[in-house]
Design a protein around this ligand. Structure first.
Ligand code: NAI
Length: 339
């Protein structure tokens, strides 16, 4: 007998990331090939016609696992009883818009969605925030979803950066993706993030080697590699005139897949989660860490005891400072908004 359907919410469902994301979820790539699903698709009322188009296409895919597709434009209805939520919809940065205004617009969305989670979602709901500024949006969402939903159930996506770093190392070391493991993205999903391979392993010629030795180019690892990963999103926008969508959708699927099924032995992934004080990051900051996930409890743990040298510490400090500034700005916007 097949298990009861999982109820999965995707917001920003008429947008470009979701156009890739919903098919992957509905076809079984995230929750497995035996897990039926009810997909709730939320977008704003103005996008209702486009949302209907996405629903028609999903229906036409004739996917056996997809028991229901529910398009909605009402937030309260959307969050009701959800098991997992992919929060992709956000206010995009428009030309001439200041960072402060972008933060304020997003604070409104994520304050309201945090409350809707608390009101309607299951207490075990797991949430990934993709919409930018992802870490700070997740921080605000967690603040308003608590105490019904534990902040531990709310995360932000840095898996795209993690996947980008893995792919760069594999190409440089001349191996395939599966031969590289345990890269780390520390901090914010922004230009200050720190892609770190000090503790990564590369399988080269049948044995696990430190990434630094496998790559054999310290100057590249401490320079070009870091800036390629930090700036990849902007380079893709310049090339495509649209932001990363296929790779962002794949990364969101990887993130929730590993949260649902757990991480393999001796392997970690990068996820922005509320800090527990590890590595000197103040408690509660939504900071990307290396985490392992237990399949039975679906609970994450920050990997402990990794050495942080002076170079790494400087990078951690910079991304922390940016996150603290964003948080303070967002909290000010929260007080000012009267929703
Ligand atoms: P898009 O503009 O194509 O789609 C966004 C959708 O969200 C639109 O359909 C819009 O109507 C909807 N939306 C806006 N406010 C909403 C609300 N309150 N409730 C529900 N839906 C709402 O954008 P795209 O390319 O799909 O990107 C979505 C977000 O993901 C952006 O914020 C982008 O910056 C971010 N992103 C994050 C990445 C990460 O690694 N964390 C990577 C790539 C993009």
């Amino acid at each position: 007998m097949s298990p009861a359907p999982l109820r999965v919410l995707v917001t920003g469902a008429a947008g470009q990331i979701c156009y890739s994301l919903v098919y992957q979820i509905a076809s079984g790539s995230v929750f497995g090939k035996d897990q039926p699903l009810e997909l709730v698709l939320l977008d704003i009322p103005m996008m209702s016609a486009a949302l209907d188009g996405v629903v028609m296409e999903l229906v036409d895919c004739a996917l056996p696992l997809l028991h229901k597709v529910i398009p909605v434009t009402d937030e309260k209805e959307a969050f009701k009883d959800v098991d997992y939520a992919f929060l992709v919809g956000a206010m995009p940065r428009r030309e001439g818009m200041e960072r402060k205004d972008l933060l304020a617009a997003n604070v409104k969305i994520f304050k309201s969605q945090g409350r809707a989670l608390a009101e309607g979602a299951k207490s075990t709901t797991k949430v990934i925030v993709v919409g930018n500024p992802a870490n700070t949006n997740a921080y605000i969402c967690a603040k308003y979803a608590a105490p019904k939903i534990s902040p531990r159930n709310i995360s932000a996506m840095t898996r795209l950066d993690h996947n980008r770093a893995t792919a760069q190392i594999a190409a440089k070391a001349g191996v395939t993706i599966d031969d590289v493991k345990n890269v780390i993205i520390w901090g914010n999903h922004s230009g200050t993030q720190f892609p770190d391979v000090k503790h990564a392993k590369v399988n080269k010629g049948g044995s696990a080697t430190d990434a630094y030795a496998a790559v054999g180019d310290e100057a590249w690892l401490k320079g070009e590699f870091i800036s390629v990963v930090q700036k990849r999103g902007a380079v893709i926008i310049a090339a495509r005139k649209l932001s990363s969508a296929m790779s962002a959708a794949k990364a969101a699927c990887d993130h929730i897949h590993d949260w649902h099924f757990g991480t393999p032995k001796d392997t970690w992934v990068s996820m922005a989660v509320p800090s527990d004080g590890s590595y000197g990051i103040p408690e509660g900051i939504m900071f990307s860490f290396p985490v392992t996930i237990d399949a039975a409890t679906k609970d994450w743990k920050i990997v402990q005891g990794l050495s942080i040298d002076e170079f790494a510490q400087g990078k951690l400090n910079a991304t922390l400072q940016e996150l603290q500034e964003e948080r303070d700005e967002a909290l000010r916007a929260c007080e000012e908004s009267n929703i």
